[in-house]
Design a binder for this molecule. Structure first.
Ligand SMILES: [Zn+2]
Length: 72
C-alpha cells in the first residue's frame, strides 16, 4: 500500500493503535496522525503512559474506538 498512513511529525509508519489513540486524545475528526512517540511529545507525556492508556481502554472497553478484546 503506497498510501499507508505515516506520522505527520516524523514520518514513521502508523499502526492502527497509533491512529486510534490520536483520535481519542486529540480529535476524532483528525485526518493526519502522530505516532505514539510524537503523540507523547505533543501531549507532554511518555510513550509508556500512552501504551498503558491504550491497554486500559482495550481492557475496559469504555471507549468505542477500542472495542473490548474478548478473553480467549
Ligand atoms: Zn512520529
Amino acid at each position: 500500500m503506497s498510501n499507508a498512513p505515516v506520522c505527520k511529525r516524523c514520518g514513521a509508519a502508523l499502526k492502527l493503535d497509533d491512529i486510534l489513540i490520536h483520535k481519542k486524545m486529540i480529535s476524532r475528526a483528525a485526518t493526519e496522525f502522530f505516532c505514539i512517540d510524537c503523540l507523547a511529545w505533543y501531549a507532554n507525556t511518555t510513550r509508556e503512559e500512552i501504551e498503558k492508556y491504550i491497554a486500559y481502554l482495550k481492557e475496559t472497553g469504555i471507549c468505542a474506538l477500542f472495542p473490548k478484546v474478548p478473553k480467549q
